[in-house]
Design a binder for this molecule. Structure first.
Ligand SMILES: NC(=O)c1ccc[n+]([C@@H]2O[C@H](COP(=O)([O-])OP(=O)(O)OC[C@H]3O[C@@H](n4cnc5c(N)ncnc54)[C@H](O)[C@@H]3O)[C@@H](O)[C@H]2O)c1
Ligand SMILES: N[C@H](CO)Cc1c[nH]c[nH+]1
Ligand SMILES: [Zn+2]
Length: 443
C-alpha cells in the first residue's frame, strides 16, 4: 500500500512541492466540478465564480450554491441560540467532558503566549506599542467529510484569550440536509460562541469576507479547510485578513530502527484518513522499519473495518510513501525543505535533533507525542501551516488575533535633535515638505 522510495525519486514525486493551484488534483474533484459547473474547470476558477456571485447577490447566491454543491436547503443560514445550547445535552456526556478537558489545556497553553502593550522613556519622550484585539473574526470549521468540533476549540480559544469580542463560525451542512453535527454546536457552546452560520467551502469564505443580508462582514478569516476553502481564503485576502494557508493536512514521520512500526503505521493512517489530498510520509534510514510499517498498514487495512479506508488508500497512493535516507540528518534536511505541517520524530534521543529543525508547523517529539494528541488535546492549536507555508508562517496562535499600534510621544528636546536628522533624510529623498515639517520642530 505504501510505496518505498529512494531519495531521488521522492524528491521528484511526493516531496516535490508545487503551488496550491498547480498541485496534482484528484480526478474525483474534477468530476464533481464538472457536475456542478457543467464544464471541467480548475478549482481556483470555481472558487472565483462562487465568490463573485455571493459578493454581488448575497444570501440568495449562498442558498443556491449550497443547494448545488452540498445539496442542502438553508432557508435560514444562522443557527438559532436555542439549538446551540440544546446541543450540549444532545451529545454523549463523555464527548462533552473530553471537549471541556481539551478546552482547558488549549486555554492554558495560549495564555502563556506573551503579547502586551509597553511604553518606554529611554529613547527621549515616550515610545511604545498598544496591543488591540481584532474586533470581528470569522472562523471556518471543516465539516465536509468529517465534522471537526476539535477545530472550534483549537481556533476560537486562542482568539478569546487574545480578547476578540465578535466571533463568527461558518461550517458546512451535512450533505443533503441543513443539519450541523451537534458536536460542532456543543464545541461552539463550550468555547462561548453563539453566532454560527451554515455555509461550507468557498461560500462560507464569501459571506464572511463580503457580508450578506444575514451576516456582517468580518475583519479576518481564520481556520483550516479543504482545497476550496484554502483557495477562497487566498482570493479574498486583502478584502479581509487571513491567518494563512491551513489546507489539506500533512505529516512527515522521521523514524529509526528503534521506532514501533505499528504505532508509526497508525499515525500515518490517521493522517491519510483526513482527505484524498492529505499527505502522510515516513522518512527513515532503516529499510527494515519501512518494510515493517508498510506491512502494518496493510494489516490494519485488512483487519479492521476503517470507515475511511477508501480515502486512506487513495491518499497513501497519491501522496504518501516511505523514503529511505542514508541517515537521520539527511531525513531532517528533506523535511526542512518540504516544511511539513507536522513533523514527528520517532528516533532515539529525539530531543537532540530539535536544533536542526527549521521548517514545520509543529514538532512531535518521541513516540508518545503522536500527532493525534496534538489534534485533540496536547495544548497548541492544531491549525497549522500547510503547502510549504511553514517556511514563513506559524501555527494559529494568540498573535493572529491582535494588532500592534505603535506609539510615538516625543518631547521638545528630542524633537529638536531628531527634527534636524529627519530633515536631512527628507532632503536626500527630495521631499521638501517633509523637510519643512521636521525643521519646524528642530528649533
Ligand atoms: N491544516 C490544518 O491545520 C487542518 C486542520 C483541520 C483540518 N484540515 C483539513 O481540512 C480539510 C477538511 O476537508 P473537508 O472536505 O472534509 O471539509 P471542508 O469543510 O473543508 O470542505 C467542505 C466544503 O467544500 C466544498 N466543496 C467540496 N467539493 C467541492 C466542489 N467540487 N466544488 C465546489 N466546492 C466544493 C463544499 O462546499 C463543502 O461544503 C481536510 O483537507 C483536512 O486535512 C486542516
Ligand atoms: N490533523 C488535522 C490537521 O492538523 C486536525 C484534526 C482535527 N481532527 C482530527 N485532526
Ligand atoms: Zn488529524
Amino acid at each position: 500500500m505504501l510505496s518505498i522510495l529512494d531519495v531521488t525519486t521522492a524528491k521528484r514525486t511526493i516531496l516535490n512541492r508545487t503551488s496550491l493551484e498547480k498541485t496534482v488534483i484528484p480526478e474525483k474533484i474534477f468530476d464533481n466540478l464538472e457536475k456542478t459547473f457543467g464544464e471541467r474547470i480548475q478549482p481556483s476558477e470555481a472558487v472565483r465564480r462562487i465568490l463573485e456571485d455571493i459578493r454581488i447577490h448575497g444570501d440568495n447566491a449562498l442558498r443556491s450554491w449550497t443547494k448545488r454543491i452540498d445539496n442542502a436547503d438553508i432557508p435560514q443560514p444562522r443557527v438559532s441560540d436555542s439549538k446551540i445550547k440544546a446541543s450540549l445535552n444532545e451529545i454523549d456526556p463523555a464527548i462533552r467532558s473530553a471537549l471541556e478537558d481539551a478546552a482547558v489545556r488549549i486555554r492554558q497553553f495560549h495564555q502563556k503566549q506573551p503579547v502586551f502593550s509597553w511604553m518606554d522613556q529611554s529613547m527621549g519622550g515616550t515610545l511604545g506599542q498598544l496591543v488591540r484585539p481584532i474586533h470581528r473574526v470569522g472562523f471556518y470549521v471543516p465539516g465536509g467529510t468529517a465534522p471537526l468540533p476539535s477545530t472550534i476549540l483549537m481556533s476560537v480559544i486562542p482568539a478569546i484569550v487574545a480578547g476578540v469580542k465578535e466571533i463568527v463560525i461558518t461550517t458546512p451542512p451535512r450533505y443533503g440536509s441543513d443539519a450541523i453535527d451537534p458536536a460542532i454546536l456543543a464545541a461552539a457552546a463550550i468555547a462561548g460562541v453563539d453566532e454560527i452560520y451554515i455555509a461550507g467551502g468557498a461560500q462560507a469564505i464569501a459571506i464572511m469576507a463580503y457580508g450578506s443580508e444575514s451576516i456582517t462582514p468580518v475583519d479576518k478569516i481564520v481556520g483550516p479547510g479543504n482545497l476550496f476553502v484554502t483557495l477562497a481564503k487566498q482570493q479574498v485576502f486583502g478584502q479581509v485578513g487571513i491567518d494563512g494557508l491551513a489546507g489539506p493536512t500533512e505529516t512527515i514521520v522521521i523514524a529509526d530502527e528503534t521506532a514501533n512500526p505499528k504505532w508509526i503505521a497508525a499515525d500515518l493512517l490517521a493522517q491519510a484518513e483526513h482527505d484524498l489530498m492529505a499527505t502522510a510520509i515516513l522518512i527513515t534510514p532503516s529499510e527494515t522499519l519501512a518494510n515493517n510499517v508498510c506491512a502494518e498498514i496493510d494489516q490494519f487495512l485488512s483487519d479492521i473495518k476503517l470507515k475511511r479506508a477508501e480515502i486512506i488508500r487513495q491518499s497513501l497512493k497519491n501522496r504518501g510513501g516511505a523514503v529511505i535516507t542514508k541517515d537521520i540528518a539527511e531525513a531532517i534536511t528533506l523535511s526542512n525543505a518540504y516544511a511539513p505541517e507536522h513533523l514527528n520524530l520517532a528516533v532515539k534521543d529525539a530531543w537532540n535533533w530539535i536544533d536542526h529543525i527549521t521548517n514545520t508547523g509543529g514538532i512531535f517529539i518521541g513516540e508518545y507525542s503522536c500527532e493525534v494528541m496534538g489534534d485533540y488535546i496536547a495544548g497548541p492549536s492544531h491549525v497549522m501551516p500547510t503547502s510549504g507555508s511553514a517556511r514563513f508562517s506559524s501555527p494559529l496562535n494568540v498573535t493572529d488575533f491582535i494588532k500592534i499600534i505603535s506609539l510615538v510621544g516625543l518631547n521638545q528636546t528630542t524633537a529638536s535633535y531628531l527634527g534636524s536628522q529627519a530633515e536631512i533624510i527628507a532632503r536626500a529623498e527630495g521631499l521638501d515638505s517633509h523637510a519643512l515639517a521636521a525643521k519646524l520642530r528642530s528649533v
